[in-house]
Structures are given as C-alpha cells and as structure tokens.
Write a protein that binds this ligand. Sequence first.
Ligand SMILES: *Cc1c(COP(=O)(O)O)cnc(C)c1O
Length: 245
Amino acid sequence: MTDLRMDELAAGLSTTRERLDAACAAAGRTTDEVDLVVVTKFHPVDDVIRLARLGVRDVGENRVQEAAAKVADLEAAEPDLAAAIRWNMVGNIQSNKATAVAGWADKVHSVHSVKVANGLDRGRARRAEERGDTDAAPLPVLLQLSLDADTSRGGVARKDLPALADHVAGLENLTLAGLMVVPPLEGEAAEHFADAAQVADEFRRAHPGAVEFSAGMSGDIEAAIAAGSTCVRVGTAIMGPRPVV
Ligand SMILES: *Cc1c(COP(=O)(O)O)cnc(C)c1O
C-alpha cells in the first residue's frame, strides 16, 4: 500500500512530530514524556492500516459503532498489524454502550460517570472470560474532566471528580490511569489547560498511580504540552479534514 494517501499521512505525522519535539523543547521536557494518539474517526480502516505501516501504535476513536466496525475489519484484513495497534476510546460513551467498548478498547480516556465505569468493568471481565484469560490486565481508564461543568460535551464536573475517582479505583477490572480534558470552546486553551493541570496535580495526590494527563488536539498541542500533557490526541493535523458524512 504505497500510494499518495500514504505520503500524505507520513507528511502529517512528521510535521506533527516536529511540533511535539519543538513544544517539548520549549517546555523543558523530553518528547518521550508525551504519547501521540492518532485520532482516525470518520476515516476508513485503510488509513489505520497505512498508519500502522508507518509505525503508529496508538489509534483513537470517538464513536462507538464506527470503532467496533474498524477493529473487526482490521482484525480480519491484517491480523498482524491489528495485534500491534492499541485502540484508544476518546469520545463520549453512553452508559448502555460501555460494556461493548470494553470488548475492543485498550485504553479509555473519556469516563465520566459511575455507570460508564461499571459497564467498562463488567465488559472487561466478560472479555477476559470469553478469551479464557485468567490473569487479564485491567483496562486503563482516564476520567474526563469538564471544566465548565457543561457536561453535555462530556466529562465529569470538578466537584464530582473525587467520588468518581474513588469509585473507579475500587473496581477490579479497571486501572485509574489519569485525567483527560477537552478545553471549553469559550476562552483561551492555555488557561483551561493550566486549570486542568492544577486539578490533575490534586488528583495525583489522592491517586498517585494516576499519572496520565491527556490534553491537546491539532490546534493546541503546544499549549497542552506547556501545561504538562502526557498524551496528545491528534486528528486533523495528521489525517486532514474529516470527510463530510
Ligand atoms: C476528534 C477528537 C480529537 C482530535 O481532534 P483534532 O482537532 O482533529 O486533532 C481529540 N480528542 C477528541 C476527544 C476528539 O473527539
């Protein structure tokens, strides 16, 4: 699969990695402190195959049905590449879909409620049972923080975060890995990231293992890394504009 699209994706990856390097250097950090998740929502499974051939391991999806179909298609078409891909769920999860998400996700960035956490926990147990995997690793999850408490855009309000974190920490089949944020549309991204970083610091005091801070998308990688992001989720800057559906 050497084609024009492959060249496009390679170029997008290399520009993005240069931005990551520069942002880390500017923040006095090293690039290996920041994971890159390539968000492939709305793009076909062939693009995931191309990305895998270009060495990408972390792929992100935000729509449950689309993701499940892509995971199955990749598994069928390219089992070896499929085994190397880590699927990151970054989008809003309805509680009745959470069990299904645990069937394919390798990490979930967007837990916002006890119901979603419980569904993921059950789904992870079911998956281990189906695979006859008696010592399956727990599913790493991040809690999505809603900074403006407009939870219609996903996330848990700041005041409800400690209780949700304690609940998730007590679930057998999940590991509390950290915090995720999508900055509100209003205001400066840099200020929102600084705000979220402060919440993340407090959060780590209560949950020392929850070291991940997932922040930053195509438009605000630099601001997120300056605020301490350990994971940027990049779509458009690598994949190009999302196809209109
Ligand atoms: C789509 C999406 C991204 C990627 O956004 P871009 O602006 O295309 O880089 C990151 N995070 C989440 C939660 C998304 O839904």
